[in-house]
Write a new protein. Structure first.
Lengths: 437, 464
């Protein structure tokens, strides 16, 4: 059996699955239920200074659903914990004592005011927290008050507050980043410069879920008006993976531990975040959609995967795919692929044909000898992968890499087998002679 | 099911409790819920040049109507269906989809389970008819032309609708009291529950320009020549008014031996199913849809033993596999390779059916010499219907006993078109009759106006 336990910046946890700072970790009753269900740790819902915030009493959540009502995306406008600070701290102390083997990270938020952070940190430490997570990500409500993502969008503030926290506390400091920026590396570098032990990402994306066309009102709305919320769930996973990879491969931050967050719903999602460098993963939407029991399936799946691949620990495959993430300019332009249709698995829906015909390179036939028949014309196929990407029949369409020496029937040229990227390409007026990588 | 009120032999009405009748004759396949429809609609792959479209005799754009269901646009879905098939609601109920659109569905290749196209079509049409709003189709400007359509079944209705849309004035004659043809008189009650056939006729006529004249029979109340004298064109959707006889001893044993089509019609028109007498042990002779409808409804009326007798094997039976399963799960026994040789009698009452065992020898059906008797107190004959040519007179060329036409339904007689079951070369499907009527309407319009069919005026209403 693979060992799922982690030691993430000194915070130990029996498995890498933490509940993210969010409604599921707002109270002792929730967190106790989570630990009973098997979650490795929690990031307690963000604490701020008293008086507590006040939430709307209309809808806080809404979802984007598939036709069979599976949740694809999830939006919330809930603020940080709306309970008194002391209540939360007392509960944190009690729960941590009852569950000493679980990770208890506490999320904090305060304005850019050193005194506020100086007050909050010792209290959190006294409550038995294993670490703190700085909420520089919340994009709604708190941001209008100069906190959350407003801080996360200004690298200088990230660095400053991180420095304060490292100064006023011995606890590991995890800086939670907002994706509502143009370049995540700037934020991560600032956290690193401020002495952060780790970054966690992504927080939620600004979002409006829709419009009620009968009432001509945005969704969700409270008393006829709404406000943008934070978007998460499976739909944001690719965005999160990119940002994680950007930090994991950045020269300045490649050794900075990352706690991965963003649409993790299955063990496979979690393994992908780990493969791109994450040492722990955080989950919220999946728990809010299915309940805490889902952690059993996440652990079981990850464990089976690791056993099958011979990974004894999370560390054994953490970051295994990072080196495959490159700048576009480093991609091998001499590599040639063509789509191939397996006629035994093709169900003849013809979607590959029509999308290639309408929107791509007219490289798939619709008929042969007057009969319905779909086949790739290699002389027209640019290897774009559109047909493979949209094919509904498993195993019917795949890409084939041309072997060295094979003729590319589209260009008539022989595949060289040599690596050559754009910087070396003959059509590039700025080309350099040497390999770029 | 409650204890039957009576289990005695012979023809008896009221064998069951009212609750059982109500249950037995309710909708065979209830309407999908919205959630079911959404999930099923999602299964459609929106194929390119979709095989289901080609498999539909009326060419309904199936992927489009399903996509519109998925987009919560039932009106648009209904438009896509009714544009191609104005009887799309009944066809959704009675089409053998497993050998038409659903057989062609590419989902069969990967998972042996097609998209439930028929059920989705019904969801769309029923949903639209429940809240029709502005008319989907409006008549073009009056052309001043008048066309007689004889027969208010699927072919005649489709033709009338197509002609009315194009601005022609239609007089629709039907021999029966109600329009609908087999949809009203020849289909099992549970396939057209809640008087759907009449609801569909009302919608179809609401386009205007169609004057319905019921209980008007060709050859009795008017002649083909009188129509040609009075109208610019005539469409014949006469159906098959004759039934085949067994030609065996004992066939004329009163009301206990009867044509299945009459039995089905009686049941459809009865105020209550309890009024329709049924035997305790019923033998249905035949292997088509009519035989299945009669056999299953016999069971549902309280017959304890129902046997369908077919002289060949399952491969040649015209009732589809789904229909046969439907019969078998309703307790009907299907006996293949059996040809009736006599209706046995005792004391002037039906006592059973004498059957000769049959076999295929060198491709020919022969009797083997073995015989046996199935006890029965009622026999329903469903061995095919025939076109009766007498009402039209001898002027129209026939082939195979039915009216010979070209692809557009033109007969050998100028200004006369024909379609539906009375036309030679079809499969006797409702949906095919609709296509006949639809195409003939286009062709009649072309013949009368000289305009190419594609140049038809904008027929759709601006939708609201």
């Amino acid at each position: 059996m693979a060992d799922l336990s982690i030691d993430f910046v000194g915070i130990k946890s029996p498995n890498p699955f933490w509940l993210a700072s969010a409604p599921p970790t707002d109270k002792a009753v929730n967190v106790t239920r989570a630990f009973e269900a098997g979650w490795g740790g929690v990031v307690w819902k963000t604490l701020g200074e008293d008086p507590p915030v006040v939430n709307v009493n209309g809808p806080r959540y809404s979802t984007l659903m598939s036709q069979d009502r599976r949740v694809i995306g999830f939006n919330n406008i809930e603020l940080i914990s709306d309970r008194p600070l002391r209540t939360n701290l007392d509960e944190i102390l009690r729960v941590k004592r009852a569950w000493p083997d679980r990770a208890m990270v506490v999320s904090l938020m305060a304005p850019v005011d050193e005194a506020a952070w100086r007050r909050l940190l010792p209290m959190t430490e006294d409550a038995g927290a294993d670490g703190v997570e700085l909420n520089f990500g919340c994009p709604h409500g708190m941001s209008e008050r100069g906190m959350g993502s407003t801080v996360g969008q200004i690298p200088e503030y990230i660095q400053l507050i991180t420095e304060w926290c490292k100064h006023y506390s011995r606890l590991p400091v995890i800086v939670k980043l907002t994706p509502n920026i143009t370049d995540i590396r700037q934020a991560a570098r600032a956290a690193h410069a401020g002495g952060a032990d780790s970054v966690s990402l992504i927080n939620t994306l600004n979002s409006v879920m829709g419009v009620d066309l009968d009432r001509m009102t945005m969704i969700p709305s409270t008393d006829g008006a709404g406000s943008h919320g934070g978007y998460c769930g499976p739909a944001v996973k690719p965005i999160a993976l990119n940002m994680v990879a950007e930090i994991a491969r950045d020269a300045q931050t490649r050794d900075l531990p990352i706690s991965g967050i963003g649409g993790i719903s299955t063990w496979r999602d979690a393994a992908e975040f780990i493969a791109l460098g994450c040492g722990s993963v955080q989950v919220c939407t999946a728990a809010m959609v299915y309940g805490f029991k889902i952690v059993e399936d996440l652990c079981d799946g990850l464990s089976n995967f690791m056993d099958q691949r011979g990974y004894a620990s999370i560390e054994a495959f953490r970051g295994g795919a990072v080196q495959t993430v490159k700048d576009w300019n480093a991609l091998n332009l001499n590599h040639v692929e063509k789509a191939v249709i397996d006629q035994d698995h093709c169900i003849q829906c013809g979607r590959c044909h029509v999308v290639c015909e309408d929107t791509s390179h007219q490289a798939i036939t619709a008929t042969r000898d007057g009969r319905r028949h779909f086949e790739v014309r290699e002389e027209d196929c640019v290897g774009c992968n559109l047909c493979v990407s949209i094919c509904p029949a498993p195993g019917a369409l795949a890409m084939r890499a041309l072997a060295s020496g094979e003729i590319d029937r589209r260009t008539g040229e022989r595949v060289s087998g040599e690596y050559a990227n754009w910087s070396m390409h003959p059509d590039n007026p700025m080309r350099v002679a040497a390999s770029a990588d | 099911m409650e204890t039957p009120a009576t289990r005695s032999c012979g023809l008896r009405a009221g064998r069951l409790s009212e609750a059982d009748y109500a249950r037995n004759f309710s909708d065979a396949h209830p309407l999908l819920t919205r959630a079911q429809a959404m999930i099923e609609a999602e299964r459609c792959y929106y194929c390119y040049d979709a095989p289901c479209i080609a498999a539909c005799p009326t060419g309904i754009d199936v992927p489009s109507f399903i996509q519109r269901i998925a987009q919560d646009n039932l009106r648009g879905a209904a438009r896509a269906i009714l544009e191609a098939n104005p009887l799309g609601g009944m066809c959704a109920r009675v089409c053998p989809t497993e050998v038409l659109c659903e057989e062609a569905c590419v989902r069969n290749a990967s998972e042996a389970k097609p998209v439930e196209i028929g059920a989705l079509q019904r969801f769309a049409v029923d949903g639209y008819l429940a809240e029709p709003g502005e008319p989907l189709f409006r008549r073009a400007a009056d052309t001043g032309r008048r066309i007689a359509v004889v027969g208010g079944g699927p072919a005649g209705l489709a033709c009338a609708h197509g002609l009315a849309r194009r601005g022609h004035a239609v007089v629709l004659f039907d021999a029966r009291a109600k329009l609908g043809g087999l949809n009203e008189y020849g289909i099992a009650a549970y396939k057209a529950a809640d008087a759907f056939a009449q609801a569909e006729v009302r919608w179809l006529l609401s386009i205007g320009g169609i004057e319905a004249r019921s209980q008007q029979m060709l050859g009795r109340d008017f002649t083909l020549q009188s129509l040609l004298d009075e109208y610019d064109a005539v469409f014949l959707g006469l159906g098959l008014a004759g039934t085949n006889a067994l030609g065996v001893d004992g066939e004329a044993t009163g009301e206990a031996v009867r044509d299945a089509v009459d039995f089905i019609a009686q049941l459809r028109q009865a105020e209550r199913p309890a009024e329709v007498p049924i035997g305790r042990r019923v033998v249905v002779i035949g292997g088509g849809m009519t035989a299945v409808d009669a056999a299953v409804q016999s069971r549902l009326l309280g017959a304890e033993e129902v046997t369908m007798v077919y002289r060949r094997g399952p491969d040649t039976m015209t009732a589809s596999l789904a229909e046969r399963h439907w019969a078998q799960t309703h307790g009907v026994t299907i006996r293949y390779w059996s040809a009736p040789t006599a209706v046995a009698q005792e004391d002037g009452e039906v006592a059973g059916v004498r059957l000769a065992a049959t076999a295929l020898v060198d491709g020919r059906l022969v009797t083997t010499g073995e015989e046996h008797t199935i006890e029965a107190d009622m026999v329903l004959k469903a061995i095919g219907q025939t076109y009766l040519p007498e009402p039209t007179g001898a002027a129209i060329a026939l082939k195979g006993g039915r009216i010979l036409t070209d692809a557009n339904g033109r007969t050998s007689l100028a200004r006369v078109w024909a379609g539906g079951d009375c036309r030679y070369g079809g499969r006797d499907l409702t949906v095919e009759a609709v296509e006949h009527g639809k195409r003939s309407a286009v062709d009649i319009d072309f013949a009368l106006s000289g305009q190419e069919p594609d140049a038809a005026p904008e027929l759709e209403a601006a939708h609201g």
